[in-house]
Design a protein around this ligand. Structure first.
Ligand SMILES: *Cc1c(COP(=O)(O)O)cnc(C)c1O
Length: 359
């Protein structure tokens, strides 16, 4: 055996590893997973049926063009199929967007802290991350992001609402920002939590896409639609970008199970959005309770909330786990807590109250 190992690309060195939310721990009492922004509701019977039927033919490759899902999405959003691209979750599509636009010497701008996949997929491409700090209020600093644009900028992510801080940017400030972005720079509006937004000042990215050729909207079936385990998301973008997404797709990446589940979910949208409504009610209840306990909680328009705990982050996460709820700590910064089933939320607010009194 030779001592020499295969030569790997230097850009892989020091890539931060994606840290999935911890699973609900076995052992200690009941355990609830509030660490990955998943939907706590089990799959709808109709969606299960569609998946079960698709499972009968998984000896076959899936429909590579995702034609059934594309025509459903095309009708639902009123966009031509040619402006749609489906991928293995919206993270998969985000990676394709970087592959399509950015390489060594190019710059990708995004807020920080924001979605932890952005630095990873940027570094893999060989492009350089330009991280623009959030404001004091944990919101995207769009003026600073526009100031950070150079002639090497190729792509800008705007995560709205922002993961993990849950805050949003509003129509006027986003339009003003987009006016400052050169036409040859792609702006990706990551709207993974769109269905949870109740603030009418937040624009629908699809409306912005209609008027702006350099805007691409990312959506996912993982959160509101409850299909996280099946891996399917999509982009709405103008023809040249959508065509580039078709070129960079892993062939047959989106399984037939995922495609059928997504179609069935769109057809059962009323019921699924009803569940989203219940989660939004829970969100309001939890945030109000925390604020009454004295916590500072940034305005959330997503299915999670953010507590900036600084040095107390790890202790807080440990206290939650002890009580049977697993949250997502960002050591030294804060914790992100998913809004889950009412019992889980009850346990969480109780832990928060005890922690507040003790400190
Ligand atoms: C959860 C999430 C996604 C969606 O990921 P999928 O790959 O579609 O499961 C995308 N962006 C953000 C900001 C998210 O939080």
């Amino acid at each position: 055996m030779s001592e020499t190992s295969p030569r790997l690309r230097a850009v892989l060195e020091g890539i931060p590893t994606y840290r999935p939310g911890k699973p609900a721990a076995a052992g200690c009492q009941v355990a609830y997973k509030l660490s990955s922004n998943e939907n706590p509701y089990p799959p709808l019977p109709g969606v299960m049926e569609a998946v079960t039927e698709a499972a009968c033919s998984f000896n076959r490759y899936p429909d590579m063009a995702c034609s059934g899902l594309l025509s459903e999405l095309s009708e639902r959003f009123g966009v031509p199929s040619s402006d749609l691209a489906v991928g293995t979750g919206s993270v998969g599509v985000a990676q394709q967007l970087i592959q399509a636009t950015s390489g060594p010497g190019d710059e990708v701008i995004y807020a920080w802290r924001s979605f932890e996949a952005y630095p990873i997929i940027t570094q893999i491409s060989g492009a350089t991350s330009v991280q623009v700090p959030l404001t004091e209020g944990e919101v995207h600093d769009l003026d600073a992001m526009a100031d950070a644009i150079t002639d090497r900028t190729r792509l800008i992510f705007v995560c709205n609402p922002n993961n993990p801080t849950s805050t949003v940017v509003h129509r006027e400030e986003l339009e003003r920002f987009l006016d400052r972005v050169p036409a040859d720079v792609l702006v990706v509006l990551d709207e993974a939590y769109r269905e949870f937004i109740r603030d009418v000042r937040v624009p629908d990215g699809v409306e912005l896409y209609r008027r702006r050729p350099n805007v691409c909207v990312l959506r996912t079936f993982s959160k509101a639609y409850g299909l996280a385990g099946l891996r399917v998301g999509f982009a709405i973008a103008h023809e040249p970008v959508a065509a580039a997404l078709r070129k960079t797709a892993v062939p047959f990446g989106v399984s037939q199970l995922a495609q059928e589940a997504a179609v069935a979910s769109l057809r059962a949208e009323d019921e699924l959005l009803g569940r989203v409504g219940s989660l939004v009610c829970e969100r309001i209840r939890v945030v109000d309770t925390l604020r009454a306990q004295g916590w500072t909680v940034p305005e959330t328009q997503a299915n999670f909330l953010w507590l900036r705990l600084g040095e107390r982050t790890v202790d807080f996460a440990a206290a939650c786990e002890q009580a049977g709820v697993v949250v997502r700590p960002f050591p030294g910064e804060g914790v992100r807590v998913t809004i889950g089933e009412a019992e889980a939320n009850d346990i969480f607010v109780k832990v928060a109250e005890g922690f507040r009194k003790a400190s």
